[in-house]
Design a protein around this ligand. Structure first.
Ligand code: GDD
Ligand code: MG
Length: 330
């Protein structure tokens, strides 16, 4: 089955990391997110993927000039302007001339979902579309779904207020769609599949859902992006990458962290629960805790960075304290 991966969002919640790089090209343990998604698809027998591109499309084409991502051939459709999740599906499906049922994935989700089981469920239930579900503690940031015993979706509510959420079962961002879904999507304006198409299909009784309880994480906020890196680091996912190469001085303390290639941690510096991209310098006695640093960030002697996200090439001078900050400030 062909798989269309949605990678055209602006990655607003991950700014400034996404200022120059689309979200799905950010590294999870040194490997761009899109490669994790593509290799998961390859592991389940998918042989070709499409990228629905919008924001910074050239980053993908430049990174994979030979037309393959993690070994799988890929095609692209580049939206002239942001069309929303349903608009992106319609645009790409028409460009790529998809005539058979196809998979759609949110490109910022890391999961070990059994894709074959989802396709099988879709076929058996004669659904028009089938979505994968996960149970989470706080459903308010997701699409919340209730179903009948046979999996038919009763209700799909995107990001309901916490107290109004009818369940904590959520849309996990992997779908099988029949081509007829495309005809439901207007092409005159941006359309959200979660706010319009799925609720409409739930009313029509043609939307089904399959629950899964495997590894699953949406990486779209700084906290989740950090968690994704640490999950891979600690082998909580099925695949493990080769870790990037960094230099760490003997008296530095690095715990629970991913340090990018060419980064250097000086003596007596402390790095905990953090992700540093490539080429960062953490000077003597500086502390980096619960933070994400983009490429080429310099942290001066004795500075403290805690619970913060630092953009490409920034200099944090000696002794400066940044706590719970986005730098540069949005
Ligand atoms: N091509 C294209 N065009 N892609 C888009 C567009 C667009 O206009 N808008 C968003 N995307 C892509 C994003 O890049 C991302 O990969 C995916 O679509 C989902 O968008 P997010 O912005 O990450 O959505 P979310 O995390 O708030 O919510 C979605 O994911 C949750 C699960 O992770 C929804 O699908 C929720 O219902 C779901 O629970
Ligand atoms: Mg997301």
């Amino acid at each position: 089955m062909f798989a269309l991966v949605l990678v055209g969002g602006f990655g607003t919640r991950l700014r400034p990391l996404t200022e120059h790089t689309p979200k799905q090209m950010l590294p999870i343990c040194g490997v761009p997110m899109i490669e994790w998604v593509a290799s998961h698809l390859a592991d389940h027998g998918i042989q070709e993927i499409g990228l629905a591109l919008g924001y910074r499309p050239d980053a993908f084409r430049a990174a994979y000039p030979d037309g393959r991502i993690a070994g799988i051939p890929y095609k692209v459709a580049v939206e002239p302007e942001a069309r929303g999740t349903a608009g992106a599906v319609r645009f790409a499906a028409l460009e790529m001339q998809l005539k058979e049922p196809f998979l759609v994935l949110n490109g910022d989700v890391l999961t070990d979902l059994d894709i074959g089981a989802l396709i099988e469920f879709h076929r058996k239930s004669h659904a028009e579309a089938t979505i994968a579900l996960q149970v989470v503690a706080d459903p308010s940031r997701f699409g919340v779904v209730t179903t009948k015993d046979n999996g038919q979706v009763r209700e799909f509510i995107e990001k309901p207020p916490a107290e109004a959420s009818p369940s904590n079962t959520i849309n996990a961002g992997t779908y099988v769609l029949n081509p007829s879904v495309i005809d439901r999507i207007p092409d005159t304006r941006p359309v959200s599949i979660e706010r319009e198409t799925f609720p409409e299909m739930a009313l029509a009784g043609t939307l089904y859902a399959m629950k899964s309880d495997t590894y699953w994480l949406d990486t779209g906020t700084p906290e989740q992006f950090l968690e994704a890196n640490l999950d891979v680091l600690h082998g909580r996912r099925q695949n493990k990458p080769e870790l990037p190469l960094a230099a760490v001085e003997a008296t530095a303390q690095v715990e629970d962290s991913v340090i990018g290639t060419g980064s250097h941690i000086d003596a007596q510096a402390i790095v905990k629960r953090s992700v540093l991209f490539n080429g960062c310098r953490i000077s003597k006695g500086a502390r980096v805790i619960d933070s994400v640093l983009s490429d080429d960030v310099y942290v001066g002697e004795g500075a403290t960075i805690e619970g913060s996200v630092i953009g490409l090439g920034e200099r944090i001078e000696a002794g400066v304290q940044l706590v719970d900050q986005t730098w540069p400030a949005p």
